[in-house]
Design a protein around this ligand. Sequence first.
Ligand SMILES: Nc1ncnc2c1ncn2[C@@H]1O[C@H](COP(=O)(O)OP(=O)(O)OP(=O)(O)O)[C@@H](O)[C@H]1O
Length: 521
Amino acid sequence: MTCAVAALKAFKDQLTVEQLTTIRQVEVDVGRQYQASTAELESLRSAHARERQDWEIERMKLDRELREVREDLRIARDDLGRERETSAALRRAMVEQSNQHLTLETQVSALRAQGHGLAEEVRGREARVGELEMALERERAVVREREQELREAEGLRRKLHNTVMELKGNIRVFCRVRPVQNEEGMAMIAFPGKESREIVLSQSSETATGGSREAVMPFSFDRVFQPQATQSEVFEEISQLAQSCTDGYNVCIFGYGQTSSGKTYTMEGGASDDAAGMIPRAVRQIFEVTQELKGRGWTYRMEGQFLEIYNETINDLLGTGEIDKKKHEIKHEKNGRTTVTDVVILPLESPSQVRNLLMRAQSRRTVHATLMNERSSRSHSVFTLRVSGNNPLTGESCDGCLNLVDLAGSERLATSGAANDKERLKETQAINKSLSALGDVIAALGEKSAADKGHVPYRNSKLTYLLQNSLSGNSKTLMVLNLSPLAAHLNESLCSLRFATKVVNNTQIGTARKQQARISS
Ligand SMILES: Nc1ncnc2c1ncn2[C@@H]1O[C@H](COP(=O)(O)OP(=O)(O)OP(=O)(O)O)[C@@H](O)[C@H]1O
């Protein structure tokens, strides 16, 4: 600026007044212009400052906005990131879902195919079931036919069995010789013949002239069992009688013989299965048969009683009352049943119950045996198993009774040593009386033909009166004659053999009549 002013002063010195005036004028104008420009510049400057301030404000605002935008952008980015993640996850899920969908669709189609297959199979099976039902119905008809045939066959079997029994004789006598047990002096006993029906006793005696004479006494029975015969061999012969009982017949099995001849062993037996006697075996068989017949429409009810007859007094071996004190009466009902008042009758559902019953009776007898000297061998015991059955399918019913009687020892008065003992004398007389009454009844029954129903002395003893219905026309009787193998007992054995021969000789207890009734439907 200072240079310009100097230049201008130099230029002024050279110029005319006019020029100077003009110049001054110009200078004023320039000054004015300068001032104007300066003013303008100032105004421009202040405008510029204002603009700059505005701009600064604007910039700061923009900066703030920019920051906000950036923050928004960051948030948006974050959101976007998350959204992206979500979207990726969703996409993955979608992929997974669609994969699953595809799998499910495949499975659905497979299941549908399987379903079709199964429906087809069900139709096939339904058809098969239909065929099987028809076949089953045909089989059922066959079974019904067979069952009917079986029932008819069962009826026929009963008839045939009874015919066989009648042919064998409704009274039979078996003879059984017990083995020796650490005893001395064997009797001479022989068992000739192959049929096991003969027994021969031999006895040597001195003649008046001092020589020796041998008496040979042969006897024959329905069956003779040698000492080695087992319980099961004896029962084999008896089992048919147990069968008759389930067919509705009354059966009596007597064990006869002197004391220690083996009656109790034969009837009750020992503890082991092999040693089991006729009572447990018969009972077991009856249970088995009734069980078997269930399949052919039969139902059975069984009950047992166990009595003792001592000195013509009845005692209940299953009861609890004082022995020999309680009075029991025998009653014969019109339907052929015999009942005894005030005695315990136990319903029997299994052979084991019968075993317990026998043990109960045994223990009651044993208690009294200690008081009364071998009481069991001095009294009769009568085990009665009543079997009542009915068959609603055939309308049949039956009522049979199995009496298993262990008789008192049959020894004679002199042998028993009773002559000097009042009590023993009374016992022995009672035993002899009842045993001979039994022999008389059987003999009387044998003599009576169907047309001549004369008097049978049942009332002569408690035993025969009690067994009246099981000894009369509709019964089957077996006497097992037990013999001791000892020489010392030979005379007693001979007495027993003679008694049994008397019973057996031509005795026939009528024709067994089954106690049967038709159930009216
Ligand atoms: N067949 C046999 N096998 C083996 N032992 C037997 C046989 N028979 C009898 N006994 C035995 O002989 C003995 C006498 O038998 P048991 O007691 O049965 O005779 P019992 O005639 O009943 O006598 P009691 O009249 O005195 O009661 C017993 O020890 C018994 O076990």
